[in-house]
Design a protein around this ligand. Structure first.
Ligand code: NAP
Length: 454
């Protein structure tokens, strides 16, 4: 049985691992647009969270299986078509993630100084798509981050780390110096709903209170704003978060160099400025319950302007379409039956096409959540083999044949051994730089120079 997995992030590699374990006769080829594997683990997880990144070791074990091939620098939908993959493989699993940061579409959102958190995260993580982002961190004393999710918390924390803290991470070299010397002194995290509805998780909230160089500031009055719609049975995370926020509200600022201010029940209305962002207008929100009982933010006429030279929107992600594969533009996802079978416009499964991870269920959950999600997809695929809905042809081109075809198309095919050469090189640079975990190569051409070197 030969299966193509498109995307080498957590969901792709969890799917590969589960499939190889479940079917001794399975062979998996993993296609990756970039020259490097591991998706968000390399390009999204905050540099100061090495423990989260250590999941790459699980994926390395999967990649060591001789039944797996890695084809890096191959873009499905451009270098190779969906129909071709369907002809070459028994099944194709799309695990392409949701690479685009959502925008609220605010007036003034196009001004210099306004970015998605996705771009900023990609920039400091050395993602080749974002490494040349024109971001001015030298003009902003205050940054406003829109959203109360873990990405918002990540970017706020990264803006507060000291040079020594940054230097201990694998942050891209080009970002290290800029962040270490940035004049930002205050980061305001703006959530449209109340503290109970905040999407950040407890360990991440606690981390904000433990920063060496920043005080965390919460206005006690804002914590009560949601009392009118308070649920009787708050879930455990909301209860713990409320406790922590209440403690933060009692804290006296310690005179640290920076401050992180958490604001609730406020929505962005407009970015202000001519040549660049100078301020953001926020509307105070009321919280109301909708007919289904969900707590919603309703803007009031009360607005206020917060001066800021940098505005980062951290309000979630969306997928991008792959040519030839169904796509639901509104949600930015590949439509599926909930178990991982891709469905077409007629609502019927597309033979041989499956989907896993964020582009299947939306950008939510921690990395481990993708394990269950990917297993569910692979189980659906194997179930289809059992019922005969998916035929194992036994006549697919071999891995070598596919590799030959790809080499003819893309100038520089990056194999897993080539990636291992990149990995060793980056780690060696890290040692030479005084014991950093690695110094990342961030330019496509520098990475592609390793094609064939493995
Ligand atoms: P998220 O958890 O969905 O948070 C998005 C935030 O944006 C929410 O506070 C949401 O508010 C707000 N928002 C959405 N649309 C908005 C709008 N139009 N105006 C104002 N605010 C708006 O998304 P995320 O932070 O991008 O994280 C994605 C996933 O990755 C999450 O599951 C997260 O836990 C995970 N992650 C984990 C870690 C970690 O484990 N350390 C780190 C980073 C990310 P509402 O709730 O009101 O919609």
């Amino acid at each position: 049985m030969r299966v193509a997995i498109v995307g080498s992030g957590p969901s792709g590699f969890y799917a590969a691992g589960h499939l190889l374990k479940a079917r001794p006769d399975a062979e998996v080829d993993v296609f990756e647009r970039l020259a490097t594997p591991w998706g968000l683990v390399r390009g999204g997880v905050a540099p100061d969270h090495p423990k989260i990144k250590s999941v790459a070791r699980v994926f390395e074990k999967t990649a060591a299986d001789p039944r797996l091939r890695f084809f890096g620098n191959v873009e499905v939908g451009a270098d190779v078509a969906h129909d071709e993959l369907c002809a070459w493989y028994d099944a194709v699993v799309y695990a392409v993630g949701t690479p685009v940061g959502r925008r609220a579409g605010l007036p003034g959102g196009e001004l210099p100084g306004a970015h998605t958190a996705t771009e900023f995260v990609g920039w400091y993580n050395g993602h080749p798509d974002h490494r040349d982002l024109e971001i001015d961190l030298l003009s902003a004393q205050r940054a406003v981050v829109i959203g109360h999710g873990n990405v918002a918390v990540d970017v706020a924390r990264m803006l507060c780390l000291t040079r020594a803290e940054l230097a201990a991470t694998d942050i891209a070299d080009h970002a290290l110096e800029v962040l270490a010397t940035a004049p930002v002194r205050e980061i305001v995290l703006v959530g449209r709903r109340g503290p109970e509805q905040a999407a950040f998780t407890t360990p991440e909230l606690l981390e904000l209170g433990e920063l060496a160089d920043a005080d965390v500031v919460v206005d006690e009055a804002e914590l009560d704003v949601a009392a009118a719609v308070r649920e009787q049975d708050l879930d455990a995370t909301a209860r713990r978060n409320l406790d922590i926020l209440a403690r933060y509200a009692q804290r006296r600022p310690q005179g640290r160099r920076k401050r992180i201010v958490l604001r609730f029940c406020a929505s962005p209305v407009q970015l202000l400025g001519h040549d660049r962002v100078r301020a953001i207008r926020l509307a105070r929100n009321q919280l109301v319950r909708d007919a289904g009982g969900a707590v919603r933010a309703r803007p009031t006429a009360e607005t206020g302007d917060v001066p800021a030279g940098l505005v980062l929107e951290a309000i979630g992600y969306a997928g991008t379409p792959v040519a030839g594969v169904p796509f639901e533009a509104g949600r930015g996802l590949i439509p599926n039956d909930g178990a991982g079978r891709v469905v077409g416009d007629d609502g019927r499964p597309v033979a041989g096409a499956y989907v896993a991870g964020w582009v299947k269920r939306g950008p939510s959950g921690v990395i481990g959540t993708n394990k269950k999600c990917a297993q569910q997809t692979v189980d659906a695929l194997l179930g289809d083999v059992e019922t005969g809905a998916l035929a194992v042809r036994g006549a697919c081109p071999s891995g070598e044949e596919v590799e030959g075809r790809l080499r003819d198309r893309v100038g520089a095919l990056v194999t897993y051994r080539d990636w291992q050469a990149i990995d060793a090189h980056e780690r060696a640079l890290g040692v030479a730089a005084g014991g950093r975990p690695r110094v990342k190569l961030t330019r496509r051409e520098d990475l592609l120079a390793f094609a064939g070197r493995g």
